[in-house]
Design a protein. Structure first.
Lengths: 149, 149
DNA sequence: TTAACTGCAAAGCCTTTGCTCGTGA
DNA sequence: TCACGAGCAAAGGCTTTGCAGTTAA
């Protein structure tokens, strides 16, 4: 019996004493349909199409609430991590490679990530909930171009 | 024949058309002797002990220059990545676990990291230079305390 | 000489916070 | 009813940038 993301979100928020508002429902819906990651600003702009009065602080507050409730997870993606992105809590093994020359971002995945999470957990006795990884370097094309210089 | 970090830094900067200033020499020396990671502000305060006139923008500019030249690498450490830390380019397998409850930061290491870097490289054909990882969750003590609630 | 660097001050950028009004339960 | 959430505006915190004077090469 699977619960929709929206239901999970509502439950998690209510469980922590929070309330369900129209703005939050909009955000739950958007998050449920987001392909991969989304940052606060992009989410805000999508939400604004449905409710032009929604505010950026509301988006941030809702994202933080959902993050605290472990319904979504935050990661950094871009070359410089300059902005957080959020993701529904599944497919935690996907992370990103950013080419430092052309800036292209490639999603990558590896079974080693789960292995790493487990190893890490037993190493320090902690409960490793989030494992944020960002890889950087030269992509195949840029490597060729640089060696051709 | 090993080169000191200071020499590497000087060479890399000169190779890219940069100049060696007294401020930069101070920073090279400090970086060479830093145990693990250091953030811009901490480096700035150390440098200020040697030259009270050194400025934070100079520290940032030098760090960025060294990062561009691959002499140092930048990573994020704290729970929210709110600040970059820099590290001399070795011991790349060390990363950090931050407890989201007490905020304690534990350095961890794993052979899987190198494995992951290689797997990643062959997966996308890229040259994976940096692999920044940040783990988060509950540390052993906090886990006990939370379950005892 | 002259392009690069420095220090200062200010701007940028993302995110959070204070405050007052509104509203879900 | 009333504590929690929304919007607005402003503050925070780290990092970068514009500018005019200075300096390495």
């Amino acid at each position: 019996m699977t619960m929709t993301f929206q239901q999970q979100a509502r439950d998690a928020i209510r469980d922590s004493g929070g309330r369900i508002t129209p703005q939050r429902e909009i955000l739950f819906d958007l998050l449920a349909h987001v392909e991969n990651d989304i940052d606060a600003d992009a989410l805000f702009r999508l939400a604004a199409q449905q409710d032009p009065n929604i505010s950026l602080p509301t988006v941030y507050r809702t994202l933080n609430t959902l993050e605290d409730a472990d319904v979504i997870a935050a990661q950094y993606v871009s070359t410089d991590h300059e902005r957080k992105v959020y993701r529904v809590n599944n497919r935690k093994n996907v992370f990103h490679f950013t080419c430092r020359r052309c800036g292209m971002v490639t999603p990558v995945t590896s079974k080693l990530v789960d292995q790493l999470r487990r190893e890490l957990g037993s190493q320090i006795g902690a409960d490793v909930v989030t494992l944020c990884m960002c890889a950087g370097g030269l992509c195949e094309d840029c490597r060729k171009e640089e060696s051709g210089l």
